[in-house]
Design a protein around this ligand. Structure first.
Ligand SMILES: [Zn+2]
Length: 415
């Protein structure tokens, strides 16, 4: 009887110890059991950082730059300062020499330049792969088709005007009709971006779980090329319309996941005003009768010249008015400094001076007032704005390049 009583006391003691340990473990785990964050990365295509300074003070983007609850910093795009390389750098956290997205085009197996338009051309995992393996929803919603196609390797939804799920048509409607885009060029592209932002809101309502959402807004770029960068009126209108759409998006984020969201606003590259074209194909055509593969990407010219012609073409380009720099395949140090040493990078690259761009035919300059691709500050310096309830917890001290945005997203996922 006495022995049994003893046993009962020991059992009770053991139960108390187990219970108190379990209770303290639950207490310690409490803060970590919060619902994970939704992170939205919004790329303003072709938006230099200084464009935001010209916007009216009441616009949301301008207010965000001054808001104590958000953070704004000027960061650098990669070279070439163009769309494919910029998005790859943002969404992989690596430079072109690591991720393989070396510019607008690379040389295909048939010897012709081909666009980067499939996910397998990106040689490292994207943020969407990371988010998906952590159990997050993933969506890329884009005004530009190729941007979306390249980033669609690990997305639940890759939505662009040519590929729209039924639930988007039902809740947001069709994107603007492509056949009407030249009737009112700026207005059409502004409308397309508003459709993109409404589609993002529809996704956030459709899927209330934590997610990584990528956005590409094309109107600062398309208007910037046609009418010139801000303060050109049409491009300013585009950024003002985007400002309004982003303010609505933030309201939807807070309504659908209160306190558990973050919005990162950045750009893939800037935009520089231009007035003079360099007819690069004519320059190469004067040297050789061969069909030399070339990519004219605004301020950056890619030439796949063979060993016989390379030196002569390089010399001719160096003597051309408006050419700032020619980088040969043997300039290993310069290629390493620009993070472009990769088998897809052509043997010859030329970069234009301010005010100049490489163009297929000089008559196209009648419709072109903006360009990008160079190392000029207006092409390279872009904004980074971190918005949301956890924005002040993000340390931007070591964030200087768009390749550092990946670390911010990973930081936010862990908060
Ligand atoms: Zn772009």
């Amino acid at each position: 009887m006495r022995k049994q009583h003893h046993r009962f006391l020991l059992l009770l003691l053991a139960l108390i110890i187990v219970w108190s340990q379990a209770a303290s473990a639950i207490g310690a785990a409490g803060p970590e059991q919060q619902e994970p964050m939704t992170v939205v990365v919004c790329v303003l295509d072709g938006c230099p950082d200084h464009s935001l300074d010209y916007l009216p003070e009441i616009t949301y983007l301008r207010r965000l730059c001054l808001d104590a609850n958000s953070q704004h910093k000027t960061i650098e795009a990669v070279f070439p300062s163009s769309t494919a390389a910029g998005h790859a750098a943002i969404f992989t956290g690596t430079y072109p020499d690591k991720n393989g997205i070396t510019g607008k085009e690379y040389l295909g197996d048939d010897g012709e330049p081909v666009r980067f338009n499939t996910p397998d051309t990106t040689e490292v995992p994207t943020l969407f792969h990371i988010a998906r393996s952590a159990g997050y929803g993933t969506a890329m919603i884009s005004a530009k088709a190729n941007v979306c196609r390249r980033l669609s390797g690990a997305t639940d939804f890759a939505i662009w005007p040519g590929s729209v799920p039924d639930w988007v048509i039902e809740s947001v409607g069709e994107p603007p009709d492509e056949s009407t885009q030249y009737d009112n060029y700026a207005g059409w592209h502004i409308e397309l971006d508003q459709w993109v932002l409404r589609t993002v809101e529809a996704y956030l309502k459709y899927n209330d779980g934590p997610a990584l959402v990528g956005i590409n807004l094309g109107s600062p770029d398309t208007c910037g090329h046609r009418f010139g960068p801000v303060p050109a009126a049409e491009t300013t209108d585009a950024l003002c319309a985007i400002s309004e759409g982003l303010e609505e998006l933030v309201a939807t984020l807070e309504a659908t996941r209160p306190g558990r969201w973050s919005l990162i606003i950045t750009a893939d590259h800037g935009m520089t005003r231009v007035d003079t074209g360099i007819a690069a194909r004519d320059i190469v055509g004067d040297i050789t009768d061969k069909d030399v593969p070339m990519t004219l990407d605004g301020g950056a010219l890619y030439v796949w010249a063979d060993d016989e012609d390379r030196g002569k073409i390089a010399d001719a380009l160096r003597q051309t008015e408006g050419v700032a720099e020619v980088i040969d395949i043997n300039d290993k140090a310069r290629r390493a400094e620009l993070h472009i040493e990769h088998p897809r990078t052509p043997p010859l690259i030329a970069i234009s001076e301010r005010g100049y761009m490489f163009i297929e035919a000089l008559l196209f300059m009648d419709y072109t007032l903006g360009s990008h691709g160079t190392l000029l500050d207006t092409d390279i310096e872009i904004p980074l704005i971190v918005v949301g309830p956890k924005a002040d917890a993000v340390n931007l001290e070591n964030v200087n390049s768009i390749t550092d945005i990946r670390s911010i997203v990973e930081m936010l996922f862990d908060i």
